[in-house]
Design a protein around this ligand. Structure first.
Ligand code: PXL
Length: 269
């Protein structure tokens, strides 16, 4: 019983299926792990942007965690949109109460297109309570600048910022490089591991408007591999590779900023 790898996403629902929990579950499926979910919030939006959101009652979130813990054997989890301080505190309490394996924290703060997904006063809670629980934190370039409270202008700055996130308590750090300019031809992500080793992952820049859910998919892919027992380093590489393929094999749904292609997964075992 319960031998098949199981992963958990603690995240918000995105109505157009491009990001959030929907992207996470599609990724879990592609990586052949069973996906479970604790829904924290629901967002109404489409490829033009986000137009409304509501958060789930805290008692409901507690029940979701309990129901999973009572029956399933989750081997790795990730967080996505957590919305506000109360939600972060509830997730932290439940994560400490139950054993859901390593935790990947995708510090969802703001979408690529400028919609806020975390209330301003929740940063301190995120930093003080959630980041110290992270086996791996996967902020994008802008989230890194915000969390590390510094501007990043070059590789040395990126490494300094990654070390700051590590000093906040995240065991491993992956900082995603900028990928928002058609002038660039490559994207460089930085990985800083628990033992102090760091390395860069360089990928080709692919100019497209179909990039919604990229960060969610990356952290979900890593979580799925961790649930199978894969090392952090290998999990990061496999997930990054999947995201690159999902961006490069675009599908055309929605009129503006559409999703990446979660079918780009043939090689995953
Ligand atoms: O991609 C960030 C993200 C996370 N979670 C939810 C979202 C989005 C972006 O739209 O809607 C629920």
């Amino acid at each position: 019983m319960n031998q098949y790898p199981q992963a958990l996403t603690i995240a918000g629902s995105d109505s157009d299926g491009s990001a959030g929990m929907q992207a996470d579950l599609l990724t879990f499926h592609a990586f052949k792990v069973h996906g479970t979910s604790v829904i924290t919030a629901c967002v109404a939006g489409n490829s033009y942007g986000i137009h409304d959101s509501v958060t789930m009652p805290l008692s409901f979130i507690n029940q979701e965690f309990k129901d999973l813990a009572d029956d399933y054997q989750v081997r790795a989890a990730k967080t996505g949109m957590l919305g506000n301080s109360d939600l972060i505190n509830t997730v932290v309490d439940n994560y400490q109460k139950y054993d859901f394996g390593p935790l990947v924290v995708d510090p969802v703060i703001i979408t690529k297109h400028g919609d806020m997904l975390l209330e301003q006063d929740a940063f301190d809670t995120l930093k003080a309570k959630l980041i110290p629980l992270a086996t791996l934190i996967t902020p994008n370039f802008y989230e890194t600048q915000k969390l590390a409270e510094m501007e990043i202008n070059n590789d040395d700055d990126m490494l300094t910022a990654a070390n700051k996130l590590k000093a906040m308590g995240a065991k491993n750090v992956m900082v995603k490089g900028r990928h928002d300019s058609d002038d660039q031809d490559e994207v460089r992500d930085l990985v800083l591991l628990a033992d102090g080793e760091h390395f860069w992952l360089t990928g080709q820049y692919f100019g497209t408007d179909r990039k919604n859910g990229t960060g969610d998919t990356l952290s979900a892919g890593i979580t799925a591999e961790l649930a199978k027992g894969t090392s952090i380093k290998e999990s990061i590489k496999l997930a990054k590779d999947y995201v690159d393929r999902a961006i490069q094999n675009e599908i055309l749904v929605g009129h503006k900023y559409g999703p990446i292609n979660h079918w780009a997964s043939e090689e995953i075992k």
